[in-house]
Structure formats: C-alpha cells, structure tokens
Design a protein around this ligand. Structure first.
Ligand SMILES: NC(=O)c1ccc[n+]([C@@H]2O[C@H](COP(=O)([O-])OP(=O)(O)OC[C@H]3O[C@@H](n4cnc5c(N)ncnc54)[C@H](OP(=O)(O)O)[C@@H]3O)[C@@H](O)[C@H]2O)c1
Length: 273
C-alpha cells in the first residue's frame, strides 16, 4: 500500500530537480499526477515513462489562465484534486543591493509568489468541495537565515512561507491543509541556471555541487531532490493529517550550528599554538 494511494496531485515545475523527484515518488506511492511546467519535451517524456498515472500540461505558473487550465486538466483527467505542490521556481542572483534589478525582481515574484498564490486560488475550490486536500509550497532555508541566497530570492521565499501559514488558517476550517517545505542545499540545476547555464550545462556541474554540499551541514552527504520529495509526500499524505500551517526544514542540520568537524579543527589548531 502506498502513502498516496487513490490521490490525484498536481506538481508544478515537475520537469526537473525537486519537482521531478516529487512526481516519481508520488506515482511510486500510488498517486496519479499532473506534471505542470513549461518544457513540453521533458514533461511529455516523463509522463510517458510513468504511464497512465501521469499526465503533462504545459503551464507557466505566472499566467493565471495557465493555472486555471492546469487545475481543470487534473479534474477532467483524474476526477478530483487532493494534493497541490507549488514547486516551480527560477534562480535568484547574489547581486548587491546597489545593483537591485526591479524587472528581474518582478519576474521572480511572478513565478514564485504569484504562481504559488494562483495555484492555491484555483485549487482551493475543488479541495473545499471535497472537504479535504493538501497544499505544499516550496520555501527555502533562505526564508529563515540570512546570507544563503540573493536579496530578491530571500524576500520571495520568506513571503511564501508566511502566506502559506495565512492560507492554512483560512482553508484549515474546510479540511484543507497548507504547509511549506524549506530545502537546504539540494543538488539540482537551479544553481547552474542562475549562472546563465542551460539545463544540460548545469547538470555537468552536479559533481562539483555534490562535493561542496557534502560539507555545508552536519549530515555528511549532499542533499538530493528525493530528500525533499520524501517530506513533500509525507505532508501531502493522510499521515500528516494534523499538520497545518507548518514550515518543514529539510537541510541535514545546516542551521543547527557551525559545522562540528570545522570547530574541532579550529580548536585543535588553537591548542597547537
Ligand atoms: N535546489 C535547492 O537547493 C533549493 C533550495 C531551496 C529551495 N528550492 C526551491 O525548490 C523549487 C524547485 O527548484 P529546483 O532546485 O528543483 O530547480 P530546477 O531543477 O531548476 O526546477 C525548477 C522547476 O521549475 C519549473 N519552472 C520554472 N519556471 C516556471 C514557470 N514560470 N512555470 C512553470 N514551471 C516553471 C522548471 O521547469 P520548466 O523550465 O520546464 O518550466 C523546473 O522544472 C524551487 O521553488 C526552488 O526555489 C531549491
């Protein structure tokens, strides 16, 4: 028996990285999944690989008409909507505040914040009519700790975490739960894409990311997309039926403190002086 047996889900940004891992895990756990993203070839290929349990619809989450069509597609294809994962996202840059780019900021807000709000707007009526549902929005550790990402990205992720709590309070009364998941450092193409690379070029840098991300938290291995997918699947399942308005950080203990082995190395160095 799967954790998500019988459920119908929409996962935005399901064509790569964390979203793709969510799509695969949701299907493995018994859900039928709508993959919603912009790249048709990748989305259709993933849906074909997963068979009848998956369906792709080209969606730009910043466009309300697309988000409306995405929800309608899930209802017509699977007859219901139990889970929405607002995962679609684009990278921010680490530009200094003096170089703040208002147009890039508006684009970032469009995908992350507007996309998340539109997803909740159009999914809520179907979920409320069923008297049950789960929405999981992708936050970030950058919503909680300074210096991890650029200013604009940090701002939109903090907003997503807080608005998730607010909508959770509204929809909870109708049986619909809303939570967010805040990943730490996860090996995906978002970092390469942020540096102007294509998806394929970004993938070539995964070994470098893995080596670096092994060292940034207490758990001495890199965070991988499936690590986030596990938390998202749990929150989307009935196992988390009393969890509402929470932000779940999945980061291998990164904000727990300064890395232990580095502290010991430093102390040992001091002792030798
Ligand atoms: N990786 C990390 O360390 C990390 C840490 C914290 C938070 N996050 C968050 O996790 C989420 C997933 O990121 P990722 O790391 O898995 O990056 P990724 O591999 O680049 O995935 C991003 C996904 O979003 C989709 N997307 C981008 N713009 C879209 C739009 N306008 N409409 C619909 N889909 C769109 C992309 O697909 P198309 O190009 O096909 O549209 C892609 O599938 C993001 O919200 C990100 O901010 C990631």
């Amino acid at each position: 028996m799967g954790m998500l047996d019988g459920k119908a889900a929409i996962i935005t940004g399901g064509t790569s990285g964390i979203g793709e891992a969510c799509v695969e895990l949701f299907v493995q756990e018994g859900a039928r999944v709508v993959i919603a993203a912009r790249r048709e070839a990748e989305g259709e290929a993933l849906a074909a690989r997963l068979g009848q349990a998956a369906s792709f619809i080209r969606t730009d989450v910043a466009r309300e008409a697309d988000v409306r069509a995405m929800v309608a597609h899930c209802l017509s294809r699977f007859g219901r909507l139990d889970c929405l994962v607002n995962n679609a996202g684009t990278p921010g840059t680490m530009a200094p505040i003096a170089e703040f780019d208002a147009e890039k900021f508006d684009a970032l807000v469009g995908v992350h914040l507007r996309g998340t709000l539109l997803g909740m707007k159009h999914a809520a009526p179907a979920m409320l009519a069923q008297g049950a549902g789960s929405i999981v929005n992708l936050g970030s550790l950058a919503a909680h700790f300074a210096g991890l990402s650029g200013h604009a990205y940090t701002a939109v992720k903090a907003a997503i975490v807080q608005v998730s709590r607010n909508v959770a309070i509204e929809l909870g009364e109708g049986g619909v739960r809303v939570n967010s998941v805040s990943p730490g450092a996860i090996v995906t193409g978002i970092f390469g894409k942020g540096a102007g690379q294509t998806e394929a070029e970004a993938a070539k840098g995964f070994d470098t990311l893995k080596a670096h991300f092994t060292t940034v938290q207490a758990i001495r291995r890199p965070g991988m997309p499936v690590d986030i997918a596990c938390a998202v699947a749990w929150l989307s399942s009935d196992l988390a039926g009393f969890v509402n308005g929470e932000d779940v950080k999945v980061d291998g203990g990164m904000p727990g403190g300064f890395t232990w082995s580095r502290s010991r190395e430093f102390r040992a160095g001091m002792a030798k002086r």
